[in-house]
Design a protein around this ligand. Structure first.
Ligand code: HEM
Length: 504
């Protein structure tokens, strides 16, 4: 008879394997005991030897992961505002309360940086821009990018943001007419419309992902996020292997064609600008070149392309997920949908200025702020660039830190200071679309009938963290908000909508 172990492993080999596993498992248990002994924060108990809490974190998918963190934050993070768990030998510190977060975040941008895993993975997609930069490189680029996306320049982007919103809703009108039961699928389009908008606003090109998702650039944008999730979690940086690395997960071809397209777009713009310095002056790229000249702070070609890829990467999925949560919420809440439709009925998208978006739709604004607060990306990965003081001890360079943004804003026991409760007196852990409303001040509102105005949300402090915190807070926030308002206004003016039966 042929025994299985004859095939797989010989007897001495089996003994050696068992002994090796026992040694590593014992080491892992002892290491856990030793490393937790002197720490002021608690460690989540019950991790498996070697694997730690890998199984618990992986089993529930993304939602289960966040729910587990919520439970652990209440159970183990209440005393110090942080706790630790282990996954496959890596210890991860979760910071889940305002005071503890303040200690870490106040040490940005130089002593605390983005996590290396995230930075490296982002760079591997071609996004060698401000998001993945650190130190002096970041300082230089942040100044250029922030000023190019500020309120003054944003006024020039408003018409393009509006046109993008209209293009999306017009596509849905056509799709709905062609659909026998009026049911249309919106998920893909909600990714493509923000990507189209980045193309138009940033480089003045309509890549038309909405109708042409398979284009050269479509691959870079559509496959980029899938590649990012794979690469952030990859145990080795396989994409750095010479010649074949970028292709090992199938992303290489999208990377090469997308980068070549964008590189050519920038070269074309440079030629146009040389012939006519006012060419396409209302695009981000034109403004970036203006600012680079004014500041005498030139980025090289690769970093300019990298910052445009960054805009696609940072501005597409985030805006798309926000809109998805918003539409899902409204589809399930027909009363709120009707109230908002009435609220925005007279808003004239064609003539609207940036100020109109700020002042004329306070209830819609408050609703979107609350969607951001409630459904934001729940965590942000950071790491100390050197040993830093934290929680009465020293956090070593390279430690893995997760800032639990959602918990800090929403927790019941000690929520961040300054979360407004709104006219409904809603505690922080409750979703309240009127949270950011206060009675209208006659001197600042544009119409006598206006009952409310929308405050904040605050950019300082820890009460509103969906766009991050401090000097590295998201520079695309205003841009993304205006695009979202324009899409929601056009949508509410055009459709009544609900979830399709058996929707995904
Ligand atoms: C709903 C929409 C968005 C959300 C929720 C969002 C969220 C964030 C968050 C949480 C960060 C990290 C902040 C930190 O480290 O403290 C960030 C950074 C960044 N975002 Fe956004 N973002 C959005 C839209 C956009 C858009 C539309 C753009 C540009 C087109 C953009 C460009 C960036 C850039 C360049 C950074 C890096 C800033 C730096 O490292 O200094 N984001 N964003």
């Amino acid at each position: 008879m042929l025994w299985l172990d004859d095939l797989l492993i010989d007897k001495p080999g089996l003994v050696i394997s068992i002994v090796a596993i026992l040694v590593v498992a014992t080491y892992s248990v002892i290491r856990q005991q030793l490393t937790t002994a002197n720490k002021p924060w608690k460690t989540v108990p019950g991790g498996w030897p070697l694997l730690g809490h890998f199984y618990t974190m992986a089993a529930g998918g993304r939602i289960g992961f966040v729910q587990t963190l919520e439970k652990w934050a209440d159970q183990y993070g209440a005393e110090t505002g942080c706790f630790e768990f282990e996954v496959m030998g890596t210890r991860i510190l979760v910071v889940c309360r305002e005071d503890a977060a303040k200690e870490i975040l106040s040490q940005r941008p130089f002593n605390v940086t983005r996590s290396t895993n995230l930075r490296e993975a982002v760079k591997s997609l071609g996004a060698t821009g401000v998001f993945s930069a650190e130190g002096e490189q970041w300082k230089q680029e942040r100044k250029l990018i922030s000023s190019t996306l500020n309120k003054i320049h944003m006024q020039d982007y408003v018409p393009t943001l509006k046109d993008s919103a209209i293009a999306l809703i017009q596509k849905w009108e056509v799709d709905a007419k062609e659909s026998p039961d009026g049911v249309i699928s919106i998920k893909q389009d909600l990714g493509h419309a923000p990507a189209d908008t980045v193309g138009k606003v940033f480089v003045g090109r309509d890549f038309d992902f909405l109708h042409n998702p398979e284009s050269d650039m479509g691959g870079l944008v559509n496959q980029g996020f899938k590649a990012l999730s794979r690469r952030v979690l990859a145990p080795i940086k396989f994409w750095k292997i010479p010649f074949i690395g970028q292709d090992l997960d199938g992303f290489g071809k999208y990377f090469r064609s997308g980068m070549a397209t964008l590189s050519q777009v920038i070269k074309d713009y440079e030629q146009e600008r040389a012939a006519n310095p006012k060419a396409n002056s209302k695009t981000f790229i034109a403004k970036l070149y203006d600012v680079m000249e004014q500041e005498k702070s030139k980025l090289d070609h690769e970093r300019i392309v990298g910052n445009i890829v960054t805009a696609f990467a940072a501005g597409t999925d985030t805006t798309s997920l926000t809109l998805l949560s918003t539409l899902h919420f409204l589809a399930e809440n027909k009363e709120l949908q009707a109230e908002l439709r009435e609220h925005i009925r007279d808003f004239d998208l064609e003539t609207a200025t940036l100020d109109d978006y700020y002042t004329k739709v306070p209830v819609l604004k408050s609703f979107l702020h609350e969607i951001h607060r409630y459904y934001c990306t729940p965590i942000m990965g950071l790491q100390p660039a050197k040993d830093i003081p934290f929680c009465g001890t020293t956090l070593p360079k390279g430690s893995r830190v997760l800032i639990f943004l959602r918990h800090i804003m929403l927790q019941q026991k000690s929520p961040a200071e300054g979360v407004p409760t709104g006219p409904d007196n809603a505690p922080p852990q409750v979703f309240s679309y009127r949270r950011y409303l206060v009675p209208a001040d006659e001197n600042t509102t544009t119409s006598k009938e206006q009952k409310w105005q929308c405050i904040g949300p605050l950019t300082k402090g820890f009460s509103f963290l969906p766009f991050g915190h401090g000097v590295r807070t998201c520079p695309g926030r205003l841009y993304s908000e205006i695009l979202s308002y324009a899409i929601l206004i056009k949508l509410l003016q055009t459709f009544e909508f609900e979830l399709a039966p058996n929707h995904l």
